[in-house]
Write a protein that binds this ligand. Structure first.
Ligand code: HEM
Length: 478
């Protein structure tokens, strides 16, 4: 027995020594990086504020490329109180998001985390993130979306009918449509109208305060948003209770969350579910709405492009009983030209110019030091607008997507463990909307649309004001 114990002790001792040596080596490696490697080139701007003012006052097409031109594909800056390293090459994006993803954790301002809910998957890395992501991915997989195409079709058709004859902001109209599609994915078709309206009312109060100055002063947009977010949490808890009580489980995201348990029988808490429901709804909305807004502008600006999309969609429309039947998944597979227009819109608009991570250790990249705690930003827009990967990058040319882009050069949905699980849904939503818009409606842009505003994603000024009318009475108006 004594021999067994001493063997065990020796084994544990050796293990502890090995662990200690490994940790020391890691620490020394990090320490040595600090002394040995230079920081990337670049300007840290003014004390405390850095280059924050320039970032938010300059067109992103100027801010990022001008620095890349001056310093190369890796450069440092200082934004929103944080030292940052910006990376503008496909290899660097892959390094941060995929191959060395464990060295870079997601990072968001505390105020945003508080608003969305600390359990939302964006804020996590590791085991918990993997569980939630798998559930979200399964609800948004092509197999799940396939059966939802007719419902998405119904949402898009109803929205367009309600806008017939009106002048409206494309962006705001698209936000409404994306909201309805998000509700469909999360709650299926069985959410009562009253519940939906309650969620919508509170959701849009949160939306209004999300990017406002974070303060608890009563009556401000931020404090109203925090209150509305709390109320949303309560509504979601009531819905979960109802589902548990009536044992009504559907094939939607909420049911996926409610049904999940691990092999120890542990389940997700109500707070975890509610933060993720809100997170998905939020992630789905402005992104999709901004890209569709740009697409409508690109179609408007180029009549030949519009005609080509229309020709493809009309042939599907005619074969599908001239709109008497709903679109199915199979129809969306027969829209190769429109799909290329979507890819080119995603590239040109690059609504997510970059993403943020934080280095969890000192990291060496191409002979430069990325110090622990610094923000690290892969610049998607710079990659998408580089003539090296996309010749004549400022020309809208869907034909460039006839061939697949080179690896890591086309990242509208990010890459790696945090890449967008909603990308297929977003693309289906765009295909279905464009199908109805070009086959049954005409539209014209009203007022100026060459300037860009940030909400916070770049969109055409005033959300692209358009007048839209059904072709049934087009002759009377056009
Ligand atoms: C055109 C529309 C969209 C664009 C351009 C877009 C873009 C992105 C990007 C770039 C990321 C990765 C961010 C990062 O790495 O930091 C992301 C993450 C995410 N997106 Fe999207 N997205 C879109 C639509 C959607 C939709 C429709 C949904 C849901 C229904 C969605 C849900 C999410 C979620 C949950 C994440 C976080 C994933 C994680 O952290 O694991 N997105 N999106």
């Amino acid at each position: 027995m004594d021999i067994v114990y001493s063997l065990m002790y020796s084994f544990l001792l050796i293990l502890s020594i090995l662990f200690y040596l490994l940790m020391r080596k890691q620490r020394n490696n990090n320490r040595s990086l600090q002394g040995k490697l230079p920081l990337p080139p670049g300007s840290m701007g003014w004390p405390y504020i850095g280059e924050t003012f320039q970032l938010f006052s300059q067109d992103p097409n100027i801010f990022f490329p001008s620095r890349q031109e001056r310093y190369g594909e890796i450069f440092k800056t200082y934004l929103l109180g944080c030292p940052c390293v910006m990376l503008a090459s496909p290899e660097a994006a892959r390094f941060v998001l995929v191959s060395k993803a464990e060295l870079f954790k997601p990072t968001y301002p505390r105020s945003k985390e508080r608003m969305i809910g600390p359990w939302a998957l964006f804020f996590h890395q590791g085991g918990y993130h993997a569980i939630v992501r798998k559930l979200v991915q399964s609800s948004l997989s092509p197999e799940s979306i396939r059966r939802l195409v007719p419902d998405i079709d119904a949402v898009a058709s109803a929205k367009l009918r309600s806008w017939d004859g009106h002048k409206l902001s494309t962006f705001h109209a698209m936000k409404e449509m994306s909201f309805d599609v998000g509700i469909l994915i999360i709650f299926g078709e069985h959410l009562s109208k009253q519940r939906k309206n309650e969620i919508k009312r509170n959701y849009f109060i949160v939306d209004k305060g999300y990017n406002s100055f974070a303060t608890n002063i009563p009556g401000t947009a931020y404090s109203n948003a925090i209150k509305a977010r709390k109320r949303l949490g309560e509504i979601l808890r009531e819905i979960m209770e109802e589902r548990r009580e009536h044992k009504t489980m559907e094939k939607d995201l909420l049911s996926c969350f409610l049904e999940w348990k691990n092999d120890k029988g542990e389940r997700l808490s109500d707070n975890q579910i509610s933060d993720n429901i809100f997170g998905v709804l939020y992630a789905a909305q402005d992104t999709t709405a901004s890209v569709i807004t740009w697409m409508v502008k690109y179609l408007h600006d180029d009549p030949k492009l519009l005609e080509a999309v229309k020709a493809e969609q009309m042939s599907i429309y005619k074969r599908n009983g001239c709109g008497s039947q709903q679109l199915q998944w199979a129809h969306t597979r027969k829209m190769p030209f429109t799909q290329r227009v979507i890819s080119e819109s995603l590239r040109m608009a690059s609504i997510i110019s970059f993403t943020y991570r934080e280095a969890v250790a000192d990291v060496e990249y191409k002979g430069y030091l990325i110090p622990k705690g610094w923000k690290v930003m892969p610049l998607f827009r710079n990659i998408h607008h580089s003539s090296e990967y996309f010749p004549d990058p400022h020309k809208f040319d869907p034909s460039r997507f006839k061939a697949s882009p080179k690896p890591n050069t086309f990242l509208p949905f990010g890459n790696g463990v945090h890449s967008c699980p909603g990308n297929e849904l977003a693309k289906i939503e765009m295909l279905v909307f464009i199908h109805h818009l070009v086959t049954k409606y005409r539209f014209e842009v009203v007022g100026s649309h060459s300037e860009v505003e940030y909400s916070p994603f770049p969109i055409p000024k005033h959300g692209l004001q358009v007048r839209i009318w059904s072709t049934e009475h087009a002759d009377g108006i056009a």
